[in-house]
Design a protein around this ligand. Sequence first.
Ligand SMILES: Nc1ncnc2c1ncn2[C@@H]1O[C@H](COP(=O)(O)OP(=O)(O)O)[C@@H](O)[C@H]1O
Ligand SMILES: [Mg+2]
Length: 247
Amino acid sequence: MSLLNKKKASASASDPTDKIGKDLSFAATEAYKRLRANLLLSFTSDSSCRIVGVTSSLRGEGKSTTSVNLAYTLAEMGKNVLILDSDMRLPNVHRLLKLNQSPGLSNLLSGGGGNNIIQPTALHRKLYAITAGDIPPNPTELLSSRRMENTLQMLSQNFDFIIIDLPPIDAVSDALIVSKYTSGMIMVVRQNYVDKRALDNSVRQLRYHKAQILGFVMNGADPDSGYYKKGYYKKDGTYEYRSKSNV
Ligand SMILES: Nc1ncnc2c1ncn2[C@@H]1O[C@H](COP(=O)(O)OP(=O)(O)O)[C@@H](O)[C@H]1O
Ligand SMILES: [Mg+2]
């Protein structure tokens, strides 16, 4: 699936801010709406704030892109949404939303930051962001601190959803640590990018940490390679595979 509509794709395919928000291709917009619908179905009641972590095995699989687009689609349906950049090693949310990186989460967790930590976004009036802040020497310690837990508890009073953009599981333990503060985790899996062993290992680690895995997002998947494109159902209900040249 291409995230961009054709006009945008030819204009500036390398600008990551083009891959978020309302100007996506029809297929991408629909895919994010399906993700939103599946996410909402994962929760039995909508009375309290849902804290959803987004992670993957490796860097570059599309966690930040998915987090921001998911947060945006939830805001679009009238929810108060906060996106929290917890990837203090390679923060990206501020770039995607064109915000200042600091002050942000690291400043808040180390006892500073002032009043401007929660930033409104130009993308949607119901979407707010806490950017990563100044890059700290000890992200894992900050994220595992009691202050992180308290911060999330405090923030959950004011939002329907908190989407946490996390670092990849293969690199550091941050995502696993934060998973215990979430209602559930979404794993982004980039097609032709991550191998099965790395993915299996990530899932095993999440399970070991008793994280609730809400589901997987196949990112960058080519719909033409999808199983459903391989054939068709005939009138008599049998399935006919097409030869390769017809696919
Ligand atoms: N489905 C997609 N189609 C095209 N480009 C994508 C897609 N998902 C992510 N990208 C691009 O891939 C790069 C890595 O995405 P990013 O969301 O920053 O990954 P991560 O947060 O997992 O490191 C960015 O340049 C982003 O614009
Ligand atoms: Mg990222």
